[in-house]
Design a binder for this molecule. Structure first.
Ligand code: URP
Ligand code: ZN
Ligand code: ZN
Length: 463
């Protein structure tokens, strides 16, 4: 064996127990009590620490052209930042160009990601266009290991209801999962113009033009179509109570409806948009009221939210400043790739959820939903040795200066977390220790996901 993680407490999605973990090459090869190292084995002292699977961030936008610019973190700086927060795999959005087949979308983005990524990655394909037989290439993307497609109900590249429905229908045939950004575009456009006409232009009116019902109604509609089509649906960045209630109801009825939320919705409310720097918090959907935040936490505890992901899409302060006098000009998106696992684990360390729940949300369920079970997402023999050694006693006040990406500000500035990753390993290689990045550019690999067949709301039967 090459490495032995000795004396720590292993956290799985269902239990916490004391055991040693042996790693040979890139894989976890043995888990047990009092494992004896070989002469050449590097022993990692994990006494007093938790040994966790690396997080899998199901939602990032690296180097994405958006809002009149390109998101600040590229595949190198974004995955470096991820690694330093205990995230060892990211699912990035590859946005289709009009007229482009889905395999070509993946190839185009992979050509950028492969030489840069420091941890493993895969993609979701952002669908724009199904014309000229492009929908038939969904199966080819699945065969390449990218079985996940996202539709946007908003933005200038949002799809029509018909295209959304066709993607749902096709997903069942080809073994894919459809994810949706749900907001009502017509309402956003109407409310935006109304506030602009009234000369209400501050960041608060970003929230006011996309309030709770604008997201909730779209969630309900998206769920309705998924039910009618017989397809599974994954709602990304769920941020409102009405939508949470709709997800819960559909799941109770037995439909395979899944929901992701993000740490920013669990920690901040719409009040951030009243701050003088409110524009820095502008993302879509925006943070909502306290009732929504409480509903999300309750959904997590009940199991009606299955994943937490970042929606990492940072923009520079100077770019956020474009919208100082007009909220429409603020590029939408916030940083968070380095903060998700520390934040969720800190909430566990404070007793809000269990450590197992944090692992389930940030790693195990992501692997189960997106076709990586059996490869990643748990501390188990045969899986990739993506391992985080977590120190529950190390307290950190988050500051952008100490982060490892390319961002020049973060919405997480000043937030205190209880406990922090001490060391992070990606396929057995040390990529982070005690505040320092130790990985290398290009070491991350594209991971092929298995086809996805989710026919019930229950994930326990997944491979
Ligand atoms: O504001 C956000 N969320 N920007 C990224 C694009 C998206 O909607 O996910
Ligand atoms: Zn979105
Ligand atoms: Zn997003």
């Amino acid at each position: 064996m090459d490495k032995l993680f000795k004396g720590g407490k292993i956290v799985t999605a269902t239990s916490i127990y004391k055991a040693d973990v042996a790693v040979t090459g890139e894989k976890i090869t043995l888990i047990g009590q009092n494992i004896k190292p070989d002469a050449e084995t590097e022993v990692i002292d994990c006494r007093g620490k938790y040994v966790l699977p690396g997080a899998i961030d199901a939602h990032t936008h690296l180097a994405m052209p958006f809002g009149g610019t390109i998101s600040t973190d590229d595949y190198e700086t974004g995955t470096r930042s991820a690694a330093c927060g205990g995230t060892t795999t990211v699912f990035d959005f590859a946005l289709q160009d009009f007229g482009e087949t889905f395999p070509d979308t993946v190839k185009r983005r992979d050509a950028i990601a492969a030489p840069q990524a420091v941890v493993d990655y895969s993609f979701h394909i952002g669908v724009k266009d199904l014309s000229d037989g492009i929908e038939d290439t969904m199966k080819d993307a699945v065969a390449m290991g990218v079985p996940s497609f996202k539709v946007f109900m908003v933005y200038d590249f949002g799809v029509t209801d018909g295209i959304f429905y066709r993607v749902l229908e096709k997903s069942k045939e080809v073994g894919a999962l459809v994810a949706v950004h749900a907001e009502n575009n017509e309402m956003v456009n109407y409310l935006t113009q109304k506030y602009i006409d009234e000369k209400k232009t501050s960041a608060w009116y970003h929230y006011m033009s996309r309030p709770e019902f604008v997201e909730g109604e779209a969630d309900e509609r998206a769920i309705q179509w998924a039910k009618n089509s017989g397809a599974a649906l994954y709602i990304v960045h769920l941020a409102n109570k009405q939508g949470m209630d709709a997800v819960t109801k559909a799941r109770d009825e037995g439909y395979p409806i899944f929901a992701e939320t993000c740490p920013q919705y669990l920690h901040f409310t719409r009040d951030v948009y009243k701050r003088p720097d409110g524009r820095n918090f502008v993302c879509s959907p925006p943070m909502k009221d306290k009732a929504s935040q409480d509903a999300l936490w309750a959904g997590i505890r009940r199991g009606d939210i299955q994943t937490v992901a970042t929606d990492h899409c940072p923009f520079k302060k100077s770019e956020k400043n474009w919208g100082k006098k007009d909220f429409r000009l603020i590029p939408n998106g916030c940083a968070g790739i380095e903060n998700m696992y520390p934040y969720m684990l800190s909430e566990a360390n404070r007793g809000r959820i269990s450590f197992s729940k944090a692992v389930e949300l940030c790693s195990t369920n992501v692997a189960k939903i997106f076709g990586l079970a059996g490869k990643k997402g748990a501390i188990e023999c045969g899986l990739d040795a993506d391992i985080v050694v977590y120190d529950p006693k190390k307290n950190v006040t988050i500051t952008n200066k100490e982060m490892h990406g390319a961002t020049d500000h973060t919405v997480w500035e000043g937030v205190r977390v209880k406990g922090y990753p001490q060391a992070v390993f990606s396929r057995g290689n040390l990529v982070y220790k005690d505040g320092k990045f130790l990985g290398s550019k290009g070491a991350g690999r594209f991971v092929k996901c298995d086809p996805i067949k989710l026919t019930s709301p229950d994930l326990t039967g997944s491979k």
